[in-house]
Design a protein around this ligand. Structure first.
Ligand code: TYD
Length: 207
């Protein structure tokens, strides 16, 4: 049987990395056959594209170029990593996917959803996620929790106003796509981890 595809989304500092680490440990303990991967990156070519996108000195990169590079890295990663794992029946957990492009490039950068849909048609048509887990925490709270951003990273350099738009973009996706489910992150990281497990069980992703 083909595996399931679950993606994780959230604003900077939403605790996504911590939650993915907790989930990875739980899936290992319970013997689930899974892979955990990330975007942009997850394969050698896509990781190289990631270095270009996130290079803090490339201030002249235009928004369309940025969106196309994310889409290029995505396609390579889908073909090289995601497809083989899904066809081997594995659960694929991916840290960010096409919804990041909708929220960051489409909404916050202002390229619009239609442009993002067009350049990501392969991903959207062939690889729609079975479930997208959105770690729902406002950028203000996320920044406060993260104790500052990594300012050598081109995306993290963007101010709070940009990240607020990203958050609004995500909230729009939540209304539009039933697969896009928000998880409340206002409690402790352990409570959030429980919320995520419950959601994965309720959606029949894990037992
Ligand atoms: P990363 O350091 O992995 O951020 P995080 O830990 O918050 O996931 O960097 C990924 C950055 O790329 C992040 O700022 C979000 C951004 N991004 C987009 O803007 N569009 C996309 O399509 C993807 C996949 C990521």
């Amino acid at each position: 049987m083909r595996g399931k595809f679950v993606t994780f989304e959230g604003c900077e500092g939403s605790g996504k990395s911590t939650q993915l680490r907790f989930l990875g440990e739980y899936l290992m303990e319970t013997g689930v056959d899974f892979i955990m991967t990330r975007e942009p990156g997850g394969s050698p070519i896509a990781e190289d594209i990631r270095k270009i996108i996130l290079n803090g000195s490339y201030t002249e990169m235009c928004d369309e170029c940025e969106a196309l590079l994310y889409a290029a890295a995505r396609l390579q990663h889908l073909k090289e990593v995601v497809e083989p794992a899904l066809s081997a029946g594995k659960l694929v957990i991916c840290d960010r996917y096409v919804d990041s492009s909708f929220a960051y490039q489409g909404y916050a950068r202002g390229l619009g959803a239609e442009f993002i849909k067009k350049i990501n048609s392969f991903a959207l048509e062939k690889y729609p996620p079975d479930l997208t887990v959105f770690l729902d925490i406002s950028p203000q709270d996320a920044f406060a929790r993260k104790h500052g951003a990594d300012l050598s990273d081109r995306m993290e350099k963007m101010g709070l106003e940009f990240h607020q738009r990203v958050y609004e973009g995500y909230k729009k996706l939540q209304k539009e796509y039933p697969r896009f489910v928000a998880v409340d992150c206002s409690g402790t990281k352990f409570e959030t981890a429980e919320n995520i497990k419950e959601l994965l069980k309720a959606k029949d992703i894990i037992k």
